[in-house]
Design a protein around this ligand. Structure first.
Ligand code: FES
Length: 139
């Protein structure tokens, strides 16, 4: 475990203790909720788009989860503004693992990708690509 990993662990703990953009948005363009079925933790993502209907302007999240899921949601809320919905939907678990900067065990990958999956499914529902009440992270 090198210094680099320690730095990333500190960053994860910081986002967990001081989550960025935590709370419910009053005027989201779309909102979606998802659950990690292995623990039952739930996260809601609120997304507001710019007037072009495609560029993400602001993201807020709420709900409960472990340090990995909360830090991932917090970091994602900072990374998504400026991206388009297509760019959001193209993200994969490698992007999240890179963002977190630490090795994620197979047991914790659902925690890591929960916020991403919720935001992606929210975008797909908003764009009429899927019909879904609640996301559940899969392996
Ligand atoms: Fe529930 Fe990680 S243990 S989201």
């Amino acid at each position: 475990m090198g210094m680099g990993s320690d730095m990333y662990r500190q960053q994860i703990l910081d986002h967990y203790k001081n989550p960025r953009n935590y709370g419910e948005m009053e005027d989201p363009t779309f909102s979606h909720v998802g659950e990690n079925p292995s623990c039952g933790d739930t996260i809601k993502m609120d997304v507001r788009l710019e007037d072009d209907g495609d560029t993400i302007e602001y993201v807020a999240f709420s709900g409960d989860g472990c340090a990995i899921s909360q830090a991932s949601a917090s970091m994602l809320s900072q990374q998504l503004p400026g991206k388009t919905l297509s760019e959001l939907k193209e993200m994969d678990r490698d992007d999240i693992v890179d963002m977190l900067g630490v090795d994620i065990s197979p047991m914790r990958i659902k925690c890591a990708v929960l916020a991403e999956k919720v935001a992606q499914d929210g975008a797909k529902i908003y764009q009429g690509e899927i019909d879904l009440d609640k996301t559940k992270t899969e392996d």
